[in-house]
Design a protein around this ligand. Structure first.
Ligand code: ATP
Length: 212
């Protein structure tokens, strides 16, 4: 059995004197798909931001490839892709420019590959239109195109189905499943009814229970 990419041990997080979760432990192995679920306000986004290294208000342990994440920070950041619950794209830039910006600091990628990624998310013909002129779903698709040029082994995806139509949802589901089959690890939060074969669940709002 392969080693976990990421391990959370006894995570605890409190916000505004409200305990969101405690004693939360789980392992994320290569080749797995995990859904973080729970009602509004139970801490799904907070947990993903903690896992992505964007929130320091927690206690417990996080291990990356078996070592404390802090000691492996560079490797962790290089190998993790986080997409937040907002599309996070710049309205004045075009989809091509945004996608290039989303790849900044990662690796050089040819315009042809960026264009193919945009085509793969249904944005052919919109590559050079300022994103402020795109619909909410199209703007989300610009961010999702990042997944089509991603080689990071761990994906942390917060509410990526928001504003996406039914065909788009099916395409994302297929992409996530394919990613797991290829050996990647995907953590996703969603209120969408996501139930893919073999999917693990981390359920918040129940005292930090972890189910498989
Ligand atoms: N910046 C912040 N400062 C203080 N408290 C916050 C902040 N952001 C969120 N919270 C609180 O943390 C709790 C968890 O929020 P979080 O966004 O993680 O929940 P969630 O499960 O992702 O919710 P949703 O399903 O509505 O997206 C909420 O009670 C919220 O009020």
């Amino acid at each position: 059995m392969s080693e976990p990419l990421l391990q959370a041990i006894d995570l605890e997080c409190e916000r505004d004197e409200r305990l969101l979760f405690q004693n939360l432990s789980f392992s994320i192995l290569p080749g797995t798909l995990t859904r973080v679920e729970g009602p509004n306000g139970t801490g799904k986004t907070t947990l993903l931001r903690i896992l992505a290294g964007l929130n320091d208000a927690w206690s417990g342990q996080l291990l990356w490839c078996g070592q404390p994440r802090m000691a492996q920070r560079e490797s962790f950041l290089r190998n993790t892709l986080y997409l937040g619950h907002r599309p996070g794209i710049k309205p004045l830039l075009t989809p091509m420019e945004n996608l290039r910006a989303l790849m900044a600091g990662r690796r050089e990628i040819a315009d042809g590959a960026l264009a193919r990624a945009l085509e793969g998310t249904g944005l052919s013909g919109f590559e050079h239109v300022p994103c402020r002129n795109l619909s909410a779903g199209q703007q989300r698709r610009v961010a999702l195109a990042r997944l089509l040029v991603a080689d990071e082994p761990l994906w942390l995806l917060d509410e990526v189905f928001t504003a996406i139509d039914a065909d788009g949802v099916r395409a994302i589901e297929a992409l996530l499943q394919q990613r797991a089959e290829e050996g990647g690890a995907v953590l996703v939060t969603t209120h969408h009814d996501l139930d893919l074969p073999g999917m693990q669940r981390i359920t918040l709002g129940t005292g930090g229970q972890y189910e498989r």
